[in-house]
Design a protein. Structure first.
Length: 192
């Protein structure tokens, strides 16, 4: 479910039933895709993986011995069908975790990189949908996306006929809501 619901966006835009739910939902989903990577989450990037016939190993660029523990259940995504899903860790190395895999095509594969990186998610302690400031930021991003979508070239026409912010869909999109998000931003998302 999106941080901003179709009903909330419909009400904020004042569009009634003029647009289909699917059209508005695509804007809500886009806002989530923009915002959620900036919000603190208990995730670590997987840079590569390998497997034997019945175990998979994920590799990291950082020491994960104090991040994960044997017996912990994590969710792996973006790493291929053998590795994706809920996995219970059976071994933790300095920069690796190992877990059981299953399937019909488990040929032994050596280490190979994952591009773009996969992701392993451990238990999460922050639910963005329960934080009013994050929900407000999501609604503001939805409105910005909708406004840019409805004007030619995405520049946003002002009521007086002048051109609005031509950078509406640039990095300024997040910068405008950063004050609302500040306590919840993942420091890893602000590199660069």
């Amino acid at each position: 479910m999106s941080l901003t619901t179709v009903a909330e966006l419909r009400s904020a835009l004042g569009v009634g039933t003029l647009y289909a739910d699917a059209t508005l939902q695509s804007v809500c989903d886009a806002a989530d895709n923009v915002l959620l990577p900036f919000i603190w989450a208990n995730t670590t990037s997987i840079t590569g993986h390998s497997n034997t016939a019945n175990t998979g190993t994920s590799y990291f660029d950082e020491n994960v011995q104090e991040t994960f523990y044997i017996g912990e259940t994590v969710v792996i995504s973006g790493s291929g069908s053998k590795h994706n899903g809920n996995k219970t860790i059976t071994e933790v190395g300095e920069k690796t975790i190992t877990y059981a895999i299953s399937g019909n095509n488990n040929a032994v594969t050596p280490f190979h990189p994952i591009n773009p990186y996969g992701k392993v998610s451990a238990e999460t302690y922050l639910d963005p949908a329960s934080v009013p400031a994050i929900q407000e930021a999501s609604l503001m991003v939805c409105i910005s996306i909708w406004t840019s979508r409805q004007t030619n070239t995405g520049n946003g026409m002002n009521p007086d006929g002048s051109i609005g912010n031509m950078y509406a869909m640039s990095s300024q999109l997040i910068a405008r809501v950063r004050g609302l998000l500040a306590p919840y931003l993942d420091p890893r998302s602000m590199v660069g």
